[in-house]
Design a protein around this ligand. Structure first.
Ligand SMILES: Nc1ncnc2c1ncn2[C@@H]1O[C@H](COP(=O)(O)OP(=O)(O)OP(=O)(O)O)[C@@H](O)[C@H]1O
Ligand SMILES: [Mg+2]
Length: 230
């Protein structure tokens, strides 16, 4: 099944009087249960594109549908709910909540979901903290963590509610080889068990090697799409 479908997607930012064309008529689709990477030089539009797929920003032109829904037709509230129900985010700057501990940050998306009981919540948060090797840091706040540790907490938070789609901006950039490999295999396991779809922006050859499809952006345009591992 098709989870994301984008047609002629464009994004132009206005920087004072200057127009920055961050995306130029990009078209692609993403199959459910796949692992997709967007690659390209700095400034090529990767983060901009992830923000559009995540319904965090609106395109200047073209259309996008996510899980059969059209974000352009949703109110702010509807979009927020849609994101909470369907999408996990791993941002380039992690976006951890500074006043909460690692444990509370990871638990946060579940607290928003009424249907998950406290015991089940503890089980899931514990499992994810283990998976990313952050159990010993669970009571620290983000300002007490290294870059790689913040990233691992952000990954656990993105996965904890079992989202249909996970969007990750450079998910392995600050991680050592062993941790990156553990996290990639946890993600592979989620696609196999739950049909989770992962969309990454990355420069990491290890992540590119794991991807089912690799799209290349250059100066806001999609210049190549190929099968992964090639
Ligand atoms: N809020 C904004 N206002 C103005 N211009 C922006 C804004 N966000 C991004 N841009 C510009 O849009 C272009 C694409 O930026 P984007 O952040 O999507 O690139 P990227 O591929 O994610 O780069 P990196 O690998 O460095 O993270 C760049 O020219 C950038 O300067
Ligand atoms: Mg970026």
């Amino acid at each position: 099944m098709r989870l994301v479908s984008a047609e002629n997607l464009s994004k132009t930012y206005l920087l004072g009087e200057v127009e920055v064309r961050a995306l130029r008529e990009v078209s692609f689709s993403i199959e459910e249960g796949s692992l997709v990477s967007f690659v390209g030089p700095s400034g090529s539009g990767k983060t901009t594109l992830l923000n559009l797929i995540g319904c965090l920003d609106r395109p200047s032109g073209g259309t996008i549908s996510v899980a059969g829904e059209n974000p352009a037709a949703m109110s702010r509230m509807e979009k927020a709910r849609f994101r909470g129900d369907n999408i996990g985010f791993i941002f380039q700057n992690f976006n951890l909540i500074p006043v909460l501990t690692v444990y509370e940050n990871v638990e946060y998306p579940l607290v928003m979901v009424q249907s998950v009981a406290a015991a089940e919540r503890r089980r899931r948060v514990g499992e994810l903290l283990d998976a990313v090797g952050m159990t010993e840091h669970r009571d620290k706040r983000p300002d007490q963590l290294s870059g790689g540790q913040k990233q691992r907490a952000a990954i656990a938070r993105a996965l904890v509610a079992g989202p249909k789609l996970v969007l990750a901006d450079e998910p392995t950039a600050n991680l050592d080889h062993a941790t990156a490999a553990t996290i990639m295999s946890a993600m592979r396991d989620m696609t196999a068990r739950l049909g989770t779809t992962f969309v990454f922006s990355t420069h990491d050859p290890r992540v590119i090697g794991e991807a089912d499809v690799v799209h290349t952006l250059e100066d806001g345009a999609l210049v190549a799409s190929r099968k992964g591992g090639e």
